[in-house]
Design a protein around this ligand. Structure first.
Ligand code: HEC
Length: 196
């Protein structure tokens, strides 16, 4: 048994009841992205992003972090101090800024500044490693081939697109839309989703 699994299996039963009551979970540190948001004019707060949610993280060990979603913190503060309390108002602002920052961080981890898909993005969208995938090239291809019949179908992987577009009435063959073209298209259609 690997040691990380051992740590989790020991910690979990101990931690799960009080943690769960507060909406907290133990998560692997490497699944969490840290971002900073500016609260006042000077104050920077560190926010943890986990599975698209903004929260506060506290290290529990080298590999584990205790994650509390800001939405949970906010409802706790409303109940404890009242909707209009300073504490609830601050948390509300923090939750809003955190959500935005986490969404941007996620998009940034999938796309670089030139709007190409990163390695992480490629593995997420299952684009073959050997291909580059450009959002801007994908947009051109989309406009050329895909606008006639329906709204953009976002959030599919490379091979899902390959399978779907082969169906009638689309009937796009691998000659017409080759792998490089499909990689760009997959980049564009997944970027659309991130942006929305
Ligand atoms: C000739 C019309 C037409 C064109 C052009 C077209 N599609 Fe489609 N597409 C359809 C139809 C019809 C369906 C099946 C019914 C539906 O899902 O609306 C479909 C379904 C899909 C689906 C599956 C939807 C699902 O829920 O699984 C995807 C993905 C898709 N199209 C992507 C594309 C992409 C990418 C392009 C451009 C390369 C494209 N389509 C161009 C007509 C078209």
């Amino acid at each position: 048994m690997n040691s990380r699994f051992l740590v989790i299996s020991i910690l979990f039963p101990l931690a799960i009841s009080p943690l769960a009551a507060l909406g907290q979970t133990l998560v692997e540190q490497d699944q969490v992205t840290q971002v900073q948001v500016q609260l006042g004019t000077r104050k920077l707060r560190e926010i943890s992003c986990y599975q698209g949610k903004a929260g506060l993280g506290k290290a529990q060990s080298d590999s584990l972090l205790r994650f509390t979603p800001l939405s949970k913190k906010l409802s706790w503060a409303k109940k404890r101090f009242g909707e209009e309390s300073q504490k609830a108002r601050n948390l509300k602002k923090l939750a809003r800024l955190g959500k935005k920052a986490c969404r941007q961080a996620q998009a940034q981890s999938y796309f670089d500044s030139e709007r190409f898909v990163t390695e992480l993005g490629k593995s997420t969208f299952e684009i073959p490693d050997s291909l580059s995938a450009s959002v801007d090239a994908g947009e051109e291809i989309y406009l050329q081939y895909c606008t006639l019949c329906h709204e953009p179908r976002v959030n599919r992987t490379f091979s899902e697109y390959r399978a779907k577009i082969a169906l009638p009435p689309m009937n796009f063959s691998e000659e017409e839309i080759d792998d490089q073209t499909l990689a760009d298209l997959t980049a564009y259609l997944n970027r659309l989703r991130q942006a929305s």
